[in-house]
Write a protein that binds this ligand. Structure first.
Ligand code: ADP
Ligand code: MG
Length: 694
């Protein structure tokens, strides 16, 4: 294997390649566009396109594509060859500035939530120059945003870029109030930790539920699960190690800063964390990471499962979204800082996040909602469906002292007046972290832990950036008017801590007492996707997104509807898969076994043996098989009656009628699995799936 330095970024048209290959003026003009978030001039684009094409051809590429992230959370690409005909039957390979900057996507079968019907069927894609072009499978991929001709966002990238702008605009106002006139841009940074499962491909191929739903719909808990805690950080299995080495190499070539890898809590579960980057790039890189995990796994005869809950009874997979804000001068705004001035600024930005999470807890919950993630949230393994913030005891005590106007008497006694005193040193030891909290301060960043493992990180960061932008907007409006900045700042921080401290909770988020306590505090509990997604169009939330020009009312409605529609469709696919497996595999297998069992009993009796357990077992088998058949019929009826009206009705029906029918069908099947001869069971069971990869 080549050294990491040699391969890192070799398939990326990155800054150093641009510097090498572009004329000086073009390089400078492109940089200006990137740094200032401006539109790219067509002349500049033509020069860049040509250099990009030459570079791509040298690296064996034959096609290019506008690579984008439609609303169904996958990445989309349509490949075009660089080919252009010449008179006389010859061809040349061309790529124009126009083709680089803007593409037309007749993507009428991609979800649009009703947005496109009022406009043209086509949408267009536009290059996002903040994210480098790269080569994947001999195709030059140009990261793009995807909009309708009316300018409405039809993808996950557009609102993310808009939310980054909004956050920057407001954060810079605040920094100017602190006299930091050199700050001209603030950029959110994201480091998403990605969890996944690996299973053997031969076993995977024999399970329709894994093939169609990405998760098991049947399966009895194996004798050993994760109770010994021996998998987390355990020695990595040889096959998995080979997969990880291969994955790292592929990711490094694509400029993804893959850094940490380890085994996770559940058997067969693993994690990869990259070094953080700006939010839009982190989002692209996470999509690439998921795609590569799937591809590389296949080379090792493994399948990578990204579903949130592939197995019942062991932990599911999520994504921890580490988030902070950096100035263009390289300063982390969530770093506590040493001087009174820096402390005051830190406290203000910290307060802006506390206020944002409290006021938009509904949106944060909605941003992670999906059929798959519902099986995780609130399951006493992942963060709960109730959003709260963990700050740690010391930082909480500091805020309490501030609010009470008292002296903070931690390890150092400090009279706390914002802007006058520095923060006392509080430990930022990673070991005292509360892993049950959905939203935790971890020293110089927040970690939002509720994201599902298969989701794009875009939705959560759009909400986070915009909600914090709104806090900062209100703070800036108030502070800009004041003649005594320091006093006003102190009052504003104290008032906001007082108003929003209910969102801070440092205890055990899995404890049932917390649910009662959270309710007392007036925090929202939105247990399922169906409860959560409609909040996207609550009046206060439309106002938030419209104020910051991130999403319009109709864009929000389309996102809510697509989410509800996918939820209902996913559950329907799962229900149909269960019917297929139970009718054509489980039922016939169990009947065959019962037949053989009955024959054995008859033979034994004929031979004069006195045996009772055979008929007991036969009774148990037969009565559960009857249950199974009844439950199959009930589920079939429920599916047949499913409403075909609007997405919300369909989603409500899926949750209220289909899921409960699936649950009882599974109970019968899992009971049968436990009492049926293994040789008769028609597909691999949990013990094989979870422990076969060595
Ligand atoms: P742990 O693995 O213990 O949760 P790490 O410090 O290793 O903590 O961070 C995990 C993730 O957080 C990594 O992806 C890392 O790059 C990211 N991260 C660290 N600092 C920041 C930051 N300031 N902004 C965004 N992400 C960050
Ligand atoms: Mg972490």
């Amino acid at each position: 294997m080549a050294g990491m330095e040699e391969i890192f970024g070799i398939n990326v048209f990155n800054d150093s390649v641009m510097r090498q290959r572009l004329p000086k003026e073009t390089y400078r003009a492109l940089h200006k566009t990137i740094d200032e978030g401006r539109r790219l001039d067509l002349e500049v684009a033509s020069v860049v396109a040509n250099a990009m094409k030459d570079w791509a051809l040298e690296r064996g590429a034959t096609h290019y594509t506008h690579w984008f992230q439609p609303l169904n959370s996958v990445t989309a690409e349509k490949h075009d060859a660089f080919i252009s005909p010449l008179p006389g039957g010859a061809v040349i390979q061309e790529f124009s500035g126009k083709e680089l900057v803007r593409g037309e996507a007749d993507a009428s079968s991609l979800p649009n939530g009703g947005l496109r019907s009022t406009f043209e069927a086509r949408g267009y894609t536009a290059w996002d120059p903040t994210s480098y072009a790269f080569i994947k499978d001999r195709v030059l991929c140009i990261p793009t945003a995807y909009c309708s001709y009316g300018g409405e966002a039809l993808d996950k990238k557009t609102p993310l870029l808009r939310s980054m702008e909004a956050l920057s605009r407001q954060a810079v106002r605040i920094l100017h109030l602190f006299g930091r006139m050199d700050a001209t841009r603030v950029t959110p940074t994201v480091g998403p930790e990605q969890e996944y499962f690996l299973v053997d491909k031969d076993l995977f191929d024999r399970r329709s539920d894994l093939i169609f739903a990405g998760r098991t719909l049947f399966g009895s808990k194996p004798p050993k699960g994760q109770e010994l805690g021996d998998h987390f950080f355990g020695t990595i299995q040889t096959r998995v190690q080979a997969f990880m080495a291969d994955l790292n190499e592929e990711l490094w070539k694509l400029g993804v800063l893959a850094k940490t890898e380890h085994n996770e809590t559940a058997p067969a579960q693993h994690e990869m964390a990259p070094i953080y980057s700006i939010a839009s790039v982190a989002c692209d890189h996470n999509q690439i990471t998921m795609e590569m995990m799937k591809k590389v796994a296949l080379r090792h005869n493994l399948v990578c499962l990204l579903a949130e809950k592939p197995f019942e009874g062991v932990n599911g997979s999520g994504k921890h979204n580490n988030w902070s804000m950096f100035t263009n001068t390289g300063y982390n705004l969530l770093e506590p800082g040493d001087s009174p001035h820096e402390s005051a600024q830190f406290l203000l930005f910290l307060t802006s996040v506390i206020k944002a999470v409290d006021e938009y807890q509904d949106l944060l919950r909605a941003s992670v909602a999906s059929a798959g993630n519902d099986h995780r949230l609130g399951g006493c393994e992942a963060p709960p469906a109730i959003i709260s913030i963990f700050l740690g005891d010391e930082l909480t005590e500091i805020l309490e002292a501030l609010e009470a106007g008292a002296i903070y008497s931690g390890r150092e006694k400090t009279d706390m007046t914002v802007g006058v005193h520095a923060l006392p040193k509080f430990p930022r030891d990673t070991t005292d972290r509360n892993r049950t909290s959905p939203f935790a301060f971890t020293g110089n960043k927040f970690e939002f832990r509720s994201l599902g493992s298969s989701a794009s990180v875009s939705d959560a960061n759009v909400v986070l950036n915009t909600a914090v932008a709104e806090s900062l907007r209100q703070f800036a409006d108030e502070l800009e008017k004041s003649d005594d900045f320091r006093k006003k700042l102190h009052d504003l921080i104290v008032r906001n801590i007082h108003e929003h401290k209910r969102i801070i909770f440092n205890g055990n988020n899995y404890s049932p007492d917390w649910i009662t306590e959270a309710e007392k505090r007036g925090l929202l509990s939105l247990p399922t996707t169906v409860d959560a997604l409609p909040v996207y169009t609550a009046e206060k939330n439309i106002r938030l997104f419209e104020t910051h020009k991130v999403l319009s009312g109709s864009e929000l409605r389309s996102r809510r509807d697509i989410g509800l529609d996918s939820y209902a469709k996913m559950i329907n696919i799962e229900a149909e898969t269960m019917l297929m497996m139970s009718r054509r595999q489980i039922l016939p297998s169990v009947l065959r076994y019962a037949g053989e069992l009955s024959a054995s009993c008859t033979n034994l009796k004929a031979a004069g043996a006195s045996l009772h357990c055979g008929s007991d077992l036969l009774d148990e088998l037969c009565s559960e098989t009857d249950n199974l058949k009844n439950r199959i019929d009930s589920l079939a009826k429920v599916i047949a009656r499913k409403p075909d009206t609007d997405p919300e009705t369909a989603a409500f029906y899926a949750r209220g009628e289909v899921l409960p029918a699936m649950k009882v069908l599974r109970e019968s099947a899992d009971h049968l699995e436990r009492i049926t001869d293994r040789a008769f069971w028609p597909f691999p069971t949990y013990d094989e799936l979870l422990f076969s990869v060595q």
